[in-house]
Design a protein. Structure first.
Length: 422
């Protein structure tokens, strides 16, 4: 029986472990945090599970829905079309609606027309798979949306707010795949019983199948030549290693890699995020789920209770991505003050009942125009070493569906390779 050690107990690691155990492997998950689920994990408040970072399910996320249904998490959920707003200079506008776009004075009349045409193009005509891997978002957007729209809208949305990078270095292909998700036009929902039953269910199934999950585990060394993993208190021997953890952390503790692989992994950079989850007595901006703020400390406001209004209070997330590394070391109180002040410029009625702060150093890879040239495959090229997680799923976007599918794909590769061995 082959022993697979999985580094990281996020959704990719859990999905891979579940499938590998069904195929007859021995599986051990090593997770540094005191919980599984990674960025999809939740906290308990007023006897309800609330995700630490914003999550939703769109209608074509079939893999996510299959796992949620497996653990009866969906419940009597309601599918909705969402309203999206952009905040500029203290004013909010619903630019995905004709009336909102026409009164969006941040753009000229011609830029409004170009943005509307570009929206139609992305829905019906765009073929992101045909975009060259090395094409940058600035050139691509200038061509199809116009320079004014590219700089005023998409630089703020995806250059500054997402990665804190100019559009000239951002991947056009990955951005186009994100647009192709039709997030602002698709049907949205959130599981009535939250995401947590899926995480708990996967963990329970893994344990029932005699898998091992070790949380609060600090890995000090991985020697891939000797196939050993050392932690603070134990040494594990493996046949196969599947890493889902961020590559900077993996490189710190791993020996026995080829120089070519090390060189690739060293090129991958990550964007952090810092966010608040807070509760209010009433909605801050009725019927609007998604608010993007331009040129502010906070980048995104998501009124979670618009999708599922079942909590004691109305739940909202706000997140800062690009540039948030400067906030990682701030105290919770400093972050609350700075972020809530930014939000009050647009939503002055804000008076939170409670507020919680969360930080993530490795929220998402920075998808630059050269990302595909150095992104490793599931099969690392080093015997017995495999990768999973959002850092190897380019050009797909970061979400629950992608994470689960990445874990499944890694498990399929391990199973196939093992069966092919004499």
């Amino acid at each position: 029986m082959k022993h697979v050690i999985i580094l990281g107990g996020g959704l990719a690691g859990l999905a891979a472990a579940d499938k590998l155990l069904d195929a007859g492997f021995k599986v051990t998950i090593l997770e540094k945090a005191p919980f599984t689920g990674g960025l999809a994990s939740s906290f308990k408040q007023d006897n309800e599970w609330i995700p630490k970072y914003y999550h939703h399910v769109v209608s074509h996320n079939t893999t996510t829905q299959s796992y949620l249904n497996r653990y009866n998490a969906m419940g009597n959920n309601v599918w909705k079309k969402i309203r999206v707003a952009i905040g500029v200079n203290g004013k909010l506008s619903h630019i995905n609606e004709i009336s909102g776009l026409l009164t969006f004075n941040y753009l000229t009349l011609w830029e409004k027309i170009r943005l509307g045409i570009f929206g139609v193009y992305t829905i019906f005509l765009m073929k992101p798979e045909k975009i060259k891997d090395e094409e940058n978002a600035e050139d691509w957007l200038n061509k199809f949306a116009g320079k004014g729209v590219a700089q005023k809208i998409f630089y703020n949305l995806y250059g500054r707010n997402k990665f804190n990078k100019p559009l000239s270095v951002v991947s056009a292909k990955q951005f186009a795949f994100r647009l192709k998700e039709k997030e602002v036009y698709d049907n949205f929902t959130f599981p009535q019983h939250s995401i947590q039953p899926m995480i708990d269910g996967l963990e329970e199934d893994i344990l029932k199948k005699n898998g091992i999950i070790m949380t609060k585990t600090n890995i000090t060394c991985i020697n891939h030549q000797k196939k050993k993993v050392k932690t603070d208190g134990k040494t594990y021997t493996y046949d196969i290693l599947l890493s889902t953890i961020p590559f900077p952390e993996f490189l710190k503790i791993t020996t026995g890699l080829t120089e070519e692989l090390k060189h690739k992994l060293e090129k991958i950079k990550y964007c952090p995020c810092v966010g608040l989850v807070f509760a209010t007595k009433e909605f801050l901006y009725p019927e609007t789920y998604w608010i993007n703020l331009f040129q502010e400390r906070v980048h995104v406001i998501m009124q979670h209770s618009v999708l599922i209004d079942k909590y004691k209070n109305k739940i909202t997330w706000c997140i800062r991505y690009g540039g948030s590394e400067e906030d990682l070391g701030l105290s919770d109180e400093q972050i609350k003050k700075e972020y809530l002040t930014s939000i009050k410029k647009y939503l002055p009625s804000l008076n939170p009942v409670w507020v919680k702060v969360f930080r993530e150093k490795y929220a998402e890879p920075v998808y630059d125009k050269d990302y595909s040239s150095y992104m490793p495959e599931v099969r690392s090229g080093v015997e017995g070493l495999y990768f999973a997680g959002i850092q190897i799923t380019f050009p797909k976007i970061r979400n629950i569906n992608t994470a689960l599918e990445s874990g499944i794909k890694a498990a399929d590769n391990i199973i196939k390779d093992t069966c092919a061995q004499p």
